[in-house]
Write a protein that binds this ligand. Structure first.
Ligand code: CNA
Length: 240
């Protein structure tokens, strides 16, 4: 076994208080593109960058275009959890992993069986009317055309955090609490370029930070163990 995998295995064996912090790279092996990889959404040709389209201002001013992009590029209803999601769910089941803090909106951690998941940026599976607050599931978006409308006439908005919007305070506080209480923090599949989410890592006070990412990140220098590899491949070797 690779030396680094062995080291990760030892770190995991030595702790029953692990928190995982992840991003879009956790779901690329489920064929959901991330933002910043070569095949990611930042490198596709679109009239506007994802950062512009997925902003609150754009949502308000160009709703038709927002929903066209959102349906086309952000929703993958048939995606299945991959080896990374399954390994993390297993680590929780055996009592080692206490929480998953994710920037993803795809619901794949829950689909894999993870219970304590903090979805910092919301979920494509939750949608609500901006006027009356009525809740809608994903079908309200996938089975409608143009701007999805509520029975009251209001616009249905996905419960996902757009650029320029703040994170849910309670959720943020609970995610911070979990990170502060953890002994081991495993960070994976994230460029750590999106704030305030990436700033949550500064709350970690435990003993070991592990970083598993295909590319280098700004926090590589601060981690005790850095593995530049596919997260599904790495985590599936830990839990066999
Ligand atoms: P990002 O900025 O696109 O970074 C992804 C990182 O993951 C990159 O550094 C890649 O090198 C790395 N990576 C890609 N595939 C793998 C892999 N298989 N194994 C290991 N590393 C890999 O994405 P972040 O999550 O850091 O950025 C935050 C944004 C992206 C959040 O606001 C998300 O909501 C948003 N996003 C989410 C999804 C999703 O829900 N699946 C998809 C696309 C974007």
């Amino acid at each position: 076994m690779d030396e680094k995998i062995l080291e990760l295995k030892q770190i995991i064996e030595g702790s029953d208080n692990i928190v995982f912090f992840g991003g879009a790279g956790v779901s690329t092996e489920s064929n959901i593109p991330d933002f910043r990889s070569v095949d990611g959404l930042y490198n596709i040709k679109y009239k506007y960058s994802p950062e512009v389209i997925l902003s609150h201002t754009f949502y308000k001013e160009h709703q038709e275009e927002f929903y066209e992009f959102y349906r086309d590029k952000m929703i993958f209803p048939d995606a299945k959890p991959n080896k990374a999601h399954l390994a993390l769910a297993k680590l929780e089941e055996i009592g080692k992993l206490k929480a998953v803090v994710t920037q993803n909106i795809d619901g794949l951690h829950q689909q894999a069986g993870s219970k304590n998941v903090f979805e910092l940026h919301g979920s494509i599976f939750r949608n609500y009317c901006e006027e009356c607050g009525k809740f809608y599931d994903l079908k309200a978006i996938t089975e409608s055309e143009g701007v999805p409308k509520c029975s009251c006439g209001g616009t249905i908005k996905p419960d996902v955090v757009l650029y320029e919007e703040g994170l849910d305070h309670k959720l943020l506080a609970n995610a911070i609490k979990a990170i502060m209480a953890a002994d081991v923090l495993i960070i994976g599949g994230t460029s750590l370029a999106v704030y305030p989410a990436a700033g949550l890592l500064d709350y970690f006070k435990g003993s070991k930070v592990v970083l598993i990412n295909k590319e280098e990140t700004s926090k590589d220098g601060k981690a005790d163990l850095v593995i530049h590899d596919s997260i599904g491949e790495v985590l599936s070797q830990i839990i066999e």
